[in-house]
Structure formats: structure tokens, C-alpha cells
Design a protein around this ligand. Structure first.
Ligand SMILES: *[C@@H]1O[C@H](CO)[C@@H](O)[C@H](O)[C@H]1NC(C)=O
Ligand SMILES: *[C@@H]1O[C@H](CO)[C@@H](O)[C@H](O)[C@H]1NC(C)=O
Ligand SMILES: *[C@@H]1O[C@H](CO)[C@@H](O)[C@H](O)[C@H]1NC(C)=O
Ligand SMILES: *[C@@H]1O[C@H](CO)[C@@H](O)[C@H](O)[C@H]1NC(C)=O
Ligand SMILES: *[C@@H]1O[C@H](CO)[C@@H](O)[C@H](O)[C@H]1NC(C)=O
Ligand SMILES: *[C@@H]1O[C@H](CO)[C@@H](O)[C@H](O)[C@H]1NC(C)=O
Ligand SMILES: *[C@@H]1O[C@H](CO)[C@@H](O)[C@H](O)[C@H]1NC(C)=O
Ligand SMILES: *[C@@H]1O[C@H](CO)[C@@H](O)[C@H](O)[C@H]1NC(C)=O
Ligand SMILES: *[C@@H]1O[C@H](CO)[C@@H](O)[C@H](O)[C@H]1NC(C)=O
Length: 556
């Protein structure tokens, strides 16, 4: 590879010569998110979209508190969005044509905000918007475009044909457990005019809210709720029961663990699922008998979803800390970040015997961990060089990987609306926004100079890049990842996906050639971000449309 002269290479070399590799850092990005950022999704290279409940948040629109906003990743400016229905505890994902759909929400909401309309059957659409400042970006709500069933606390994820599967939730407001369940599946756009009842959701009551759902590379969908798991075949409407999560560990709301599909690699794209944290309480104990001080679990369970892997069952491992209300997220190099959450207690507020302030959880965990999937069992977790965030991110917090390659961390609000009162108030509504910056943010990085707007499946693509001297090495490890950055809500990142692509860098170091996934089963057609990582130093991502960009359903 030809070496490339760069003005930054000297300082990068100096940095590594004098102080070793830089550590991870939390940095304050903004004093106020304007609304509590309890749901988060990246909608273009410079904008994150946040949702809260219709509440008494400080950010105003049309003379009332806003509950949706765009956050400018560059300038940290917050722009309110005019949301009509209550997006409290909704889910969301992109469709194959690049429109983001926010799904479901709360029936009533906060009485302090009279403009609110029920969100339980809502489908809120955010069309592709290229404006880097959010100008002209709007959320569209058609009162005739609704879900078949009322759903608060549902999950939604894009499947192989670019449409969304929408799973579970409850009909009306409930304090803690799912006592008014919507135990069914439906699709957006609709595949039929009635919902599909689910035996799995029945079995996983009462702790089955926000089921953790992951689209598998054969087009089926893995689901875990409570301590039950299945593979759902959308095309035949059949559920195949998988082994329970071991040791009575429950991983969906209100006993929130998190789940992630480990990176998929060519040629076989063998799916492996990791499920971490949550609680091992008996789910028949009434909430008023539970305590904010009951330890969450440190258990992580991993399974390979092949016939042999399923026969082998879940392999158990442990995080360095007990956690609930945390998230698991992909790094472009294939490691998994474990971040946020609490060491004890549960989701929700004001319902356990001894809430802390209003929080059902306590002992915020401030230090993230990294999980290396390929490391030997027992050596997969590390928090070496990881800083403390200094800010509790418990219930109703969110985090997302950004196209810049760092993480945007916001939210936390175990309160009924915005609340900052009380001298001993440990968990106020949290408006401070941080970034969590990986070490590569502080060294010279590779650059993807440009990429086509659309990528066809199963094709070879060559794009211009530049590689700093520091990384120009014949033996360098090159990784090209195609990622869905996901939608963060309630300790789970629906739709998040990392597919590695076979890749080579030209001898002159100026172009990168990679092979896209074989079909929409491996990467559901829709928006994606491509990152280039050389020796664990990741470029900024480029946004592409994987597939045709057609409206769903589409197989290309
Ligand atoms: C907001 O309130 C002010 C003062 O009451 C009023 O003049 C203005 O028209 C209102 N704006 C909207 C969009 O309702
Ligand atoms: C939350 O506050 C609203 C008033 O805005 C009230 O109607 C509701 O009962 C409260 N809920 C809880 C769980 O405290
Ligand atoms: C899963 O939870 C159910 C209901 O609490 C319980 O009967 C079952 O034993 C649990 N499974 C495991 C493997 O712990
Ligand atoms: C819940 O607590 C109440 C009051 O302390 C007690 O009477 C009851 O037996 C407890 N129930 C369970 C299932 O622990
Ligand atoms: C994690 O929870 C277990 C009980 O399930 C407890 O024994 C242990 O001390 C906890 N670990 C930490 C680091 O708090
Ligand atoms: C804020 O939380 C405190 C502590 O639980 C509670 O006493 C107070 O009523 C809450 N205020 C509002 C406006 O909900
Ligand atoms: C590449 O690896 C080989 C074998 O490990 C080693 O001999 C060689 O020095 C390495 N080259 C560079 C540029 O690091
Ligand atoms: C991908 O393309 C190769 C030829 O380049 C072909 O052999 C293969 O069948 C294609 N795979 C799919 C899933 O279309
Ligand atoms: C994308 O498809 C959905 C579902 O058919 C549709 O509602 C939406 O308007 C489409 N978006 C664009 C930009 O055409």
C-alpha cells in the first residue's frame, strides 16, 4: 500500500509515542436536550430524532411543551417537532424506502399537556430528509393510518421485505406488569386485515413488554420476552420454541435486559444472539412487594441459531456488573458496548415498595464495558480504559451510534413528567447530552471519500478512500461494516445490525472494494451506514440505501 502523506500523521505518531493509545471519553455535548430523550434514532448524517412523552418538558412548540425534537450532531442545536399523538414508550424503525415509522404509544399521557392525542394506534412517519439542519423535516401523522391493535410498549423491526413486524405491547395504561396485553403480531404496511395471535407472547406474560426482536439472516425473526425465546417464521406464521433463558433470568420490560444480534460475517452469516442483564425475580411477586434494591443480574446468555447451536442451548457468561435498563450496541469493529442502566431494581417509577425519589431502580452503573465476541469465554468483558459517565442514565435513557462513529448518550427520567425537585432527589429528569468517544476519535482516521447513494444486493462496489500513514501497513486488519444504527427505546436497540462485507484495499491505498450482502434476508433493504475500520481505527460512516429504495414490500 502506498503511504499517504498527511498533516495529521505527525501529531498522531507523537500521541502514541508519548502517552500510548488514548482512552475512551465521555464528553458533555449539550446542557439541554430540550425534551427527555427517551427514544433515539439517527435520521440523517447530521441529525438524531428524539421522542419523549407529551409532558411538561422545557422545549416549546406552538405554545406547549414539545415531545419530539431533532438534535444537530454538529452544532448541538435542538429543533422541536410537531408531534400530534403521544409517543411515550413507542418503538420505531426505517422502512425500505427510507421513511422512518414511529409505532404505538401511550393512551392518555400527562394531563399538563392538553394538546395530546392518544398514541396507542399511532403510526408517525418521518420521510427521508437530507437537510443537515432539519429545515423542512417534518413528522407526518394521518389519523386514518393506524395500527390494527392498540399498542403501548411494543417492538418494531424491519424484516427481509423492507416492511416492519410489530410485536406485542399492552392496550391501556398499566403500572408495571403487562395486565392488558396485545399478544399479537402485525405489519406495516399491513399484510392482512387482522392481527396474528402469538402463543409465545401469552406464555411470556406478565413481563413481556418491549419484546427483544431480531431479524435473522434467513428472513425469520428471533424473539425473546421474559425468559422465553422463539424463532418466528413470518412467511408460514409459525413459532419454533427455543430453550428458555437459563436460571430464571427475565430480560424484557419491566425486568429489562438487552439483546443484540452479533455481527454477521460472510460467507455463511451464521446468526448468534447475545442477551445480557435483566432480573431473576419470580414474576408472580406483586410490584408493591418488590424493592429498588434487589440486584439485577450480570448474566449474559449466548446462542448460535443453527440446529446444532440450538441443541447445545444457551452458553452463560457474566458481565463485570449487574445491570438492568442498559443497552447493548455494536461498534463498527464488531465489539459490543454495554452501557447505561442500574445495578438494582426495575423499570418504571413510583410502583415498588421503596422507590428512590420516584425511581424503581437504584445504583446507576456509570462505567461502560466492552464485549469481544471472538475472545475466549471468561475473557470477553473488559472495562479497561473506560471512564465513568458521571451521569446516571437509568429508566427512559437512550443511546445511539452516530455516523461520526461515536455514541450519543441522552435521557433518563424515572419520574412522572419532568421533575427536578427535592434535595435528596437522586434521579431527576436528565437533560444533559453526552458523547461517548472511542479512542479512534482522537487519532487520525481512514476516510471514505464517497459512496453511491444506492447499493444493490450481491454486488461488488469500489469506492475512493484515503488511509493515513499510521494505518498504511500490509498486515493491517481491514473491516468494512454495513450497519443499521437502530432505534433506541427502553434498553433495546430494535433493528440494530452489523453485517461485515468481504473487502480489499487497492495497492495504492486509494480505493476500497467490497461485496454487498447476498439479499434482504441478510440485511433488510433500507437505510444503512458503511464504516471502514483499519486496525480498530474506524472512519466516519457514509449513509447509503441498501437495495432499491422501493416502498415495502420489496425483495430488492
Ligand atoms: C402563542 O401565544 C401568544 C401569546 O399568548 C400568541 O400571541 C400566539 O399567537 C400563540 N402562538 C400560537 C402558535 O398559538
Ligand atoms: C402522573 O401525573 C398525572 C398528572 O399529570 C396523573 O394524572 C397521573 O396519575 C400520574 N401518574 C403516576 C403514576 O403518578
Ligand atoms: C421461566 O419462567 C417460568 C415462569 O416463571 C418458570 O416456570 C420456568 O422455570 C423458567 N425457566 C427457567 C429455565 O428458569
Ligand atoms: C406482599 O406484601 C404484603 C404486605 O407486606 C404481604 O401481606 C403479602 O404476603 C406479600 N405477597 C407476596 C406474594 O409476597
Ligand atoms: C450482583 O448480584 C448478586 C445477586 O444476584 C450479588 O450477590 C452480587 O454482589 C452483585 N454484584 C455486584 C457487583 O453488585
Ligand atoms: C417530583 O418528585 C417528588 C419526589 O418523589 C414528588 O414528591 C413530587 O410530587 C414530584 N413532582 C411532580 C411535579 O411530579
Ligand atoms: C507482516 O507480518 C509478517 C509476518 O507476521 C512480518 O514478518 C512482517 O514484518 C509484517 N509487516 C509489517 C509491515 O508489519
Ligand atoms: C450472487 O451473485 C453470484 C454471482 O456473482 C451468484 O452466483 C449467486 O447466486 C448470487 N446470489 C444471490 C443470493 O443472488
Ligand atoms: C414509504 O412507504 C410507506 C409505506 O408504504 C409510505 O407510507 C411512505 O409514504 C413512503 N415514503 C416515501 C418517501 O415515499
Amino acid at each position: 500500500m502506498r503511504s499517504i502523506l498527511s498533516i495529521f500523521s505527525v501529531s498522531a505518531a507523537l500521541l502514541s509515542a508519548t502517552s500510548g493509545a488514548p482512552d475512551w471519553q465521555f464528553n458533555l455535548k449539550a446542557q439541554s436536550s430540550g425534551i427527555v430523550a427517551l427514544e433515539s434514532i439517527i435520521v440523517n448524517p447530521n441529525l438524531a430524532l428524539w421522542f419523549d412523552r407529551a409532558s411538561n418538558d422545557p422545549l416549546q412548540i406552538n405554545n406547549h411543551s414539545a415531545w419530539g425534537a431533532l438534535f444537530n450532531l454538529q452544532t448541538a442545536e435542538v429543533t422541536p417537532l410537531n408531534v400530534i399523538t403521544n409517543s411515550f414508550c413507542a418503538s420505531g424503525a426505517f422502512l425500505s424506502n427510507g421513511t422512518m415509522a414511529s409505532i404505538g404509544g401511550d393512551q392518555t399521557g400527562f394531563t399538563g399537556n392538553p394538546t395530546i392525542k392518544p398514541g396507542t394506534q399511532a403510526i408517525r412517519l418521518f420521510d427521508p430528509c437530507a437537510s443537515l439542519t432539519g429545515e423542512g423535516c417534518t413528522l407526518f401523522e394521518d389519523p386514518n393510518l393506524i395500527l390494527l391493535e392498540k399498542r403501548w410498549y411494543p417492538s418494531a423491526a424491519r424484516i427481509f421485505d423492507g416492511s416492519l413486524i410489530i410485536v406485542g405491547g399492552m392496550h391501556e395504561e398499566a403500572v408495571f406488569y403487562n395486565i392488558d396485553p396485545a399478544n399479537s403480531f402485525e405489519f406495516f404496511p399491513r399484510k392482512e386485515e387482522s392481527v396474528r395471535p402469538s402463543a409465545f407472547l401469552e406464555r411470556s406474560l406478565p413481563a413481556n413488554l418491549f419484546p427483544r426482536i431480531l431479524a435473522l439472516p434467513d428472513g425469520t425473526v428471533f424473539m425473546v420476552a421474559n425468559n422465553q425465546s422463539i424463532i418466528y417464521d413470518v412467511e408460514t406464521n409459525t413459532e419454533t420454541i427455543l430453550p428458555d433463558i437459563p436460571n430464571g433470568v427475565r430480560v424484557s420490560n419491566p425486568t429489562d435486559g438487552s439483546a443484540v444480534l452479533l455481527p454477521l460475517s460472510p460467507p455463511d452469516f451464521i446468526p448468534e444472539v447475545l442477551v445480557c442483564g435483566g432480573s431473576s425475580i419470580d414474576d408472580r411477586i406483586p410490584v408493591q412487594n418488590l424493592s429498588s434494591q434487589i440486584p439485577a443480574t450480570s448474566q449474559c446468555s449466548r446462542i448460535t441459531l443453527t440446529p446444532e447451536g440450538i441443541a447445545k442451548g444457551w452458553e452463560v457468561n457474566h458481565m463485570l456488573t449487574n445491570r438492568t435498563l442498559h443497552e447493548l450496541l455494536h461498534l463498527p469493529n464488531g465489539q459490543i458496548l454495554v452501557v447505561n442502566g442500574a445495578g438494582t431494581g426495575f423499570a418504571g417509577y413510583g410502583s415498588v415498595a421503596d422507590p428512590v425519589g420516584n425511581s424503581n431502580a437504584d445504583n446507576a452503573v456509570l462505567v461502560p464495558e466492552l464485549y469481544t465476541p471472538s475472545a475466549p469465554l471468561g475473557q470477553r468483558f473488559s472495562n479497561e480504559g473506560m471512564p465513568s459517565s458521571g451521569i446516571a442514565r437509568v429508566y427512559h435513557s437512550s443511546i445511539t451510534l452516530t455516523p461520526q462513529g461515536n455514541f450519543l448518550v441522552a435521557g433518563s427520567n424515572p419520574n412522572n413528567g419532568s421533575n427536578f425537585t427535592g434535595p435528596d432527589f437522586k434521579f431527576p429528569s436528565e437533560f444533559r447530552v453526552q458523547t461517548l468517544d472511542p479512542p479512534f476519535m482522537f487519532v487520525e482516521r481512514p476516510t471514505i471519500i464517497s459512496a453511491p447513494q444506492k447499493l444493490a444486493f450481491n454486488s461488488s462496489v469500489t469506492i475512493p478512500i484515503s488511509v493515513p500513514d499510521t494505518l498504511s501497513n500490509d498486515n493491517a486488519t481491514i473491516q468494512v461494516s454495513l450497519m443499521d444504527l437502530g432505534f433506541s427505546t427502553h434498553g433495546f436497540h430494535t433493528g440494530a445490525r452489523l453485517v461485515f462485507m468481504d473487502a480489499t484495499i487497492s495497492d495504492d491505498g486509494e480505493s476500497l472494494t467490497f461485496t454487498t450482502p447476498p439479499s434482504g434476508r441478510v440485511f433488510p433493504p433500507g437505510p444503512a451506514t458503511v464504516f471502514l475500520t483499519i486496525n480498530d481505527v474506524t472512519s466516519e460512516g457514509v449513509s447509503v440505501m441498501m437495495g432499491s429504495g422501493n416502498a415495502p414490500p420489496t425483495l430488492e
